[in-house]
Design a protein around this ligand. Sequence first.
Ligand SMILES: *[C@@H]1O[C@H](CO)[C@@H](O)[C@H](O)[C@H]1NC(C)=O
Ligand SMILES: *[C@@H]1O[C@H](CO)[C@@H](O)[C@H](O)[C@H]1NC(C)=O
Ligand SMILES: *[C@@H]1O[C@H](CO)[C@@H](O)[C@H](O)[C@H]1NC(C)=O
Ligand SMILES: *[C@@H]1O[C@H](CO)[C@@H](O)[C@H](O)[C@H]1NC(C)=O
Ligand SMILES: *[C@@H]1O[C@H](CO)[C@@H](O)[C@H](O)[C@H]1NC(C)=O
Ligand SMILES: *[C@@H]1O[C@H](CO)[C@@H](O)[C@H](O)[C@H]1NC(C)=O
Ligand SMILES: *[C@@H]1O[C@H](CO)[C@@H](O)[C@H](O)[C@H]1NC(C)=O
Length: 787
Amino acid sequence: SDSHSKCHELCFYLRLSGEKDGVIEITSRNGYLYLNGSLDRESKATHRLQVEALNEAGVKVKGPYSITINVQDINDNPPKFDKSKYYGAVWENSRSGKPFMYVSATDHDDPTTPNAQLSYSILHHFPNPYNRMLFQIDNITGAISTRSRVLNRQKQDTFLLVVTVKDLAGMSENALTSNTDVEITVKVNIWKAPPKVSIKENSTEPHPINITQVHWNEPGAKYELLQKEKLPRFPFTIDQNGTIYVTEPLDREEKELYSFFATAKDGGEELGRPLPIYVQVEDINDNPPVCQNALTIFEVQENEGLGSNIGTLHATDMDKENTINSRLQFRIVEQNPKIPSENLFIIQQEAGTFQLSSSSLNKRVVSNYSVMVEVTDKVFTTLCDVKINVIDINDQIPIFEKSDYGKCTILEDTPVGEVILEIQATDADEPFTGSSQIIYQIEEGDQNKNFIINTDPETNRGFVKINKVLDFEMSSTYNLTVKATNPEPLVHGVQYNSSSIAYFRVVVADVNEVPVFSKNTYIAPILEDVSVGTLVMTVMANDPEGDPIRYTLESNKRNWLRIDESSGAIYTAAPLDREVEYEYKVQVTATEQNKTSQRSTAVFILYIKDVNDNPPRLAKGHHLFFCHPLRGGVRAEIQATDDDEQLYSPEFTFSLGDSENIKSDWEISRIDGTHAYLSPKHTNLEEKYYSIPLIINDNGKPPLEGNLNLQVNVCRCSDEQRCFIEVEKHSGMPSTGMAVGILLGVLIFIGRMEKKPGSEFATARETLYIRSMFKPLKSLFPCNTFI
Ligand SMILES: *[C@@H]1O[C@H](CO)[C@@H](O)[C@H](O)[C@H]1NC(C)=O
Ligand SMILES: *[C@@H]1O[C@H](CO)[C@@H](O)[C@H](O)[C@H]1NC(C)=O
Ligand SMILES: *[C@@H]1O[C@H](CO)[C@@H](O)[C@H](O)[C@H]1NC(C)=O
Ligand SMILES: *[C@@H]1O[C@H](CO)[C@@H](O)[C@H](O)[C@H]1NC(C)=O
Ligand SMILES: *[C@@H]1O[C@H](CO)[C@@H](O)[C@H](O)[C@H]1NC(C)=O
Ligand SMILES: *[C@@H]1O[C@H](CO)[C@@H](O)[C@H](O)[C@H]1NC(C)=O
Ligand SMILES: *[C@@H]1O[C@H](CO)[C@@H](O)[C@H](O)[C@H]1NC(C)=O
């Protein structure tokens, strides 16, 4: 060459040897390594080369130096499924999440890069009678499982899934994909809960007794019972054929319904869902009647007449209530003494109520009778003892020691149960009988039942107590009328009169109480752009004593609010910002002005509603490129977003900046509310970077505008439709007509052009990295200096 002849004897030239594979070459004078053709990582990932410097005479003067070229992977191999169609089967109603089949695909790209990282997903699902996804796939393992237990052969017994596999871990729109069909058959599931089992309690048959059975679909399952509740004993077992046994007699009176689960396992893992097992224990009459009291005592006045009701004997039976097993019947079997005759008393057979059968009782002759009652449930019989005391006639009324107990003053916060007054009446009838015993009742003045009176059975003294909390503000005085009566009826001709009545007055003294807010929590919505000093809400507290109140705010962290001390009006005190805090919570305190220890608090929440205060911005489309020379119809997608609260789907409008140049070269077209295409208007754009002003408007109130510049590269592209950087021409470079690329550096593209068949558009979102890998080589042979 020309340079050669200028070079004289000082000049060197370079020779490359090794795994050139007809593609890697060197410029012999200035040491540029270049590619004359393309490399394929999948056929050869590493090229080992040697370079030597030779003088004009062809004698080696330096070297050899070794060079290793690692070919970096690009995603040029799509994943491939191992089979074109897969077949699987699943039990109906089977447990969700348990894989029943796997699909698998391989990708020849570099397994250490995302190019060979596969992600599986279900694309279609035919048919879909349930209107929701029935199956799911593990995106990494390809394991297919059901999502719920609804699978039912009757409804649909085969399904076809279309499964997609994507490389680039499924995270990029530029991933390569492939699909496969998966046919799934639903199999009959015999793993079903058995019907409820009924067992008679207290069985005398030999145990264990087989009560029911469960079956897993295939042999070899291990069965277990799972308890649902903690029981003192769990009298059931299951054997390896799935047969469930009761191991001992059950007792309905201990537990009437057992509910537990049967599971089938394979190793540690449950094969199907646990089946619920219910065992109902049926009642038999195995419990005798029981007398409620060891001795039941009744009183009867000696003058009472025939049929008079004396009292009721109570007995119980543990067997199931409202069944024949717990039906009790009563019969008097003995009466002592039999004076003046036998059968002085009648008992109602079903109810156990005693009545007098004659009116011939005389306390001086017989003061008490012992009666034995037989209670039977038809199987068991129990005897209950009853004592009937004959008492004096009730011909005396209770007489109060005084009719007016005057005034009794108490504080309104006197605790419930406290005795506030003692009262006394006396009765001249036979002591310690129903004829002399006194019951005090408040007849008037206590609608709310704030008071109650208990009687001391020894002394008939009455204790007036507080029954419910008093409230001065509700009622400050009570004028009370108390009546004293006997539990036994008075004899004919005697009546209670005003001597059995007493009065007293209760005066409730006020206690200073804390102010009361009208609500515990106040909530106020507000727009975030309101001006400082806007009235938000007025809170209100009332002091029961009517003392004036002062309002203050606490935990007002951001000082966004202030309160008017006397009115309780809350105002904004600073600009609000929903994006900082949308639920601003403070405490309002109401304090009595005269006594500051009397205070109470309420919560105040300010809900800050969004105002459109964030302009739209670009979500996608920061790096766009088009291949030069341009073809008609190419376009690139951009996406916008903004940070305001998105209650409804946002509606952005896209437009180009106001520059004639730009508008004659580019146009923008709407796809939907968030996406648009950028496309060149003609094909004579130069090969260079374009900065295109873009305006995005949102539909908020008020609308906001985002102004930005799209950086678009119109570049030469490789065969794979990637931006391609050509090294500047250097002297001594081979100048063949073909495209000689990638010289000073290696280009690595993350991503790929998306070229859909039948359409001419390309979406370009590449990021371009350049690494100067061959710099050392240049400094090693600074040949330029010789020329
Ligand atoms: C590139 O390779 C072709 C044949 O594959 C060859 O004819 C041509 O000379 C080579 N060019 C350079 C600059 O090495
Ligand atoms: C794969 O599944 C995991 C867990 O279910 C999930 O977090 C991840 O986002 C999925 N990846 C893709 C690409 O869908
Ligand atoms: C079983 O029945 C017998 C009488 O039939 C009774 O004595 C026994 O108490 C009953 N056992 C239980 C646990 O109820
Ligand atoms: C299970 O069933 C088989 C066949 O019916 C029987 O031979 C075997 O004894 C049973 N096993 C148990 C533990 O009952
Ligand atoms: C019951 O009557 C018996 C004699 O019938 C008598 O001895 C006994 O004191 C009486 N008991 C009472 C509490 O009246
Ligand atoms: C209670 O009685 C007193 C006098 O007996 C009377 O002055 C007062 O008004 C009465 N109060 C009520 C609430 O009835
Ligand atoms: C009430 O009746 C009793 C007799 O039962 C009598 O002693 C008393 O004086 C009467 N009281 C009045 C106020 O009439």
